[in-house]
Design a protein around this ligand. Structure first.
Ligand SMILES: Cc1ncc(COP(=O)(O)O)c(C=O)c1O
Length: 471
């Protein structure tokens, strides 16, 4: 945030507690008292909870109920110290994970795969989050492409809106992501993607829904395309995978994106988002056990013994899996449906409100997420205004805008109405802003140019550097 002179202090913003508590840069000679540690941590946690508990924060806090979190934390505490790789010590972990995968498989209509090919059986694994689920899927396509098609320089074709986790995975795995502009509804342009398929293509990528706009790509058409070219098709359901099935069940129009489509070969789906579990779990589900097997690692000649692991992680806490299972079985279908209903009712109120503000435009046909731009005012001036009123949106670019990912904290009475009111006032503010350049959002003035992008990258790297500095 800018100080009185207007300069930005990234370091100060990242380290607000430097002024309040000792800055610890080496192990304390004598251990701190537990009460003191708890006092500091409780203070920080309570301060930070204030930022979202009022319901003004987009996404990130998917459930928000402190009683729900207390219950999950209780479950977590029973297993937090248990390592899931030591399976004999925790058969309960095996129960939790296999049952979660069975429940997620049903939610994604995994039973349909056997109807297309009786040899196939939908199968998944638990990971640490969306990025790891996506990494594992990308790895599977690389290995499958090499084994089945002899592809040594693997490429995937993706809509421009695909989450950076795919690009990051490709970066680690030596793969190429061919990113294709989306159509005017911000959905994958299937024919444009077809045109970018080469003999090195191993898979197509898609989202349900996309992070920037919350739309579901035309997965049905991509499924046909994948079958035609004998390619893999990954559906990134990290964000929408746990809420769209319930929105569909409530009767809202949701394009089919799951294993009901014969060309869909994998789906990532985050239990730690709309699954309402603790942070640190996700699922990756494949169309067949054969595909999943490419992901597994096994080494038989290590002096430490025969080592095998299903995913990138080694040791991992059984507590997270226990909490994930507990979240799902306590929510049940009724709980997920009720949550989806509340989210959609809030979303509809916000949409109706925006329809009454002619300067604003909602991008794409979305459901649980509302992505806003304007052809009349700079959306970042609107964002400046609503930010000053306590709202925390997620910035988007190409075109400039911001999105509001509706989660349970927003379903509290009055939140949708006050958001719409502030948005309307924000438009008034943006029509005649008292300064030239918006303060929030995307680095303004360089958008779209290579210099701007490079500056953003450098700035972002400096931001990460500051995480690890202590003065
Ligand atoms: C559509 C989508 N895919 C992937 C991810 C990555 O998930 P994670 O942050 O859990 O690694 C996100 C996160 O917001 C997302 O929205």
């Amino acid at each position: 945030m800018a100080d009185e002179q207007g300069s930005i202090n990234i370091f100060g913003d990242l380290h607000p507690y430097n002024k309040l508590f000792d800055v610890i840069t080496k192990l304390p000679e004598k251990g701190m008292a537990e009460e003191e540690v708890l006092r500091e941590i409780t203070y920080m946690s309570q301060e930070e909870n204030k930022k979202w508990q009022g319901g003004q924060c987009s996404g990130t806090m998917y459930h928000g109920g402190m009683e729900h979190y207390a219950f999950l934390n209780k479950v977590f505490s029973l297993y937090s110290f248990v390592n899931l790789l030591q399976r004999d010590l925790c058969p309960s972990g095996t129960k939790f994970e296999s049952e979660v995968l069975a429940m997620v498989g049903k939610m994604l209509h995994g039973e349909e795969v056997g109807k297309v090919n009786p040899a196939d059986q939908e199968a998944g694994a638990i990971t640490s989050g969306g990025s790891e689920s996506i990494y594992n899927a990308m790895f599977v396509y690389r290995e499958w492409g090499r084994a089945v098609k002899g592809i040594e320089a693997p490429e995937v074709v993706a809509p421009m809106t695909i989450h950076p986790a795919h690009v990051k995975a490709a970066h680690y795995l030596g793969m190429k992501v061919v990113r294709v502009p989306v159509n005017s509804d911000f959905e994958a342009d299937v024919e444009a993607m077809r045109a970018r398929i080469t003999p090195n293509t191993v898979a197509l990528l898609s989202s349900a829904g996309t992070y920037p706009h919350g739309v579901v790509d035309p997965v049905s058409k991509l499924s046909d395309l994948a079958l035609e070219y004998k390619l893999g098709l990954h559906v990134d359901g990290c964000l929408g995978g746990f809420v769209l099935p319930w929105i569909e069940k409530l009767g809202y129009p949701v394009p089919v994106f799951d294993f009901r489509l014969p060309g869909v070969t994998s789906i990532s789906c985050d239990t730690h988002k709309y699954g309402y579990s603790l942070k640190g779990t996700s699922t990756i589900n494949f169309r067949s056990k054969d595909l999943r097997r490419y992901m597994f690692f096994a080494q038989e000649d290590w002096p430490g013994g025969l080592y095998t692991a299903p995913t990138v992680q080694g040791s991992r806490s059984a507590g997270l899996s226990a909490a994930m299972w507990a979240a799902m079985v306590t929510m049940g279908e009724a709980g997920y449906l009720q949550a989806a209903r509340a989210i959609m009712e809030t979303s509809e109120k916000i949409r109706a409100g925006i329809a009454g503000i002619p300067e604003l435009r909602i991008m794409g046909k979305s459901t649980f997420l509302v992505s806003i731009t304007s052809d009349v005012v700079n959306p970042y001036f609107v964002n400046d205004y609503i930010y000053s009123k306590g709202w925390r949106m997620n910035g988007c670019q190409d075109p400039l805008g911001f999105h509001f990912c509706i989660t349970l904290p927003q379903t509290m009475p009055g939140i949708a109405e006050s958001f719409v009111r502030d948005l309307a006032d924000g438009v008034t503010f943006a029509k005649d802003p008292p300064y030239d350049t918006p303060k929030t959002g995307y680095l303004y003035g360089f958008g779209g140019s290579t210099e701007g992008r490079e500056m953003l990258r450098q700035g972002m790297k400096g931001y990460v550097e500051a995480w690890y500095e202590y003065e």
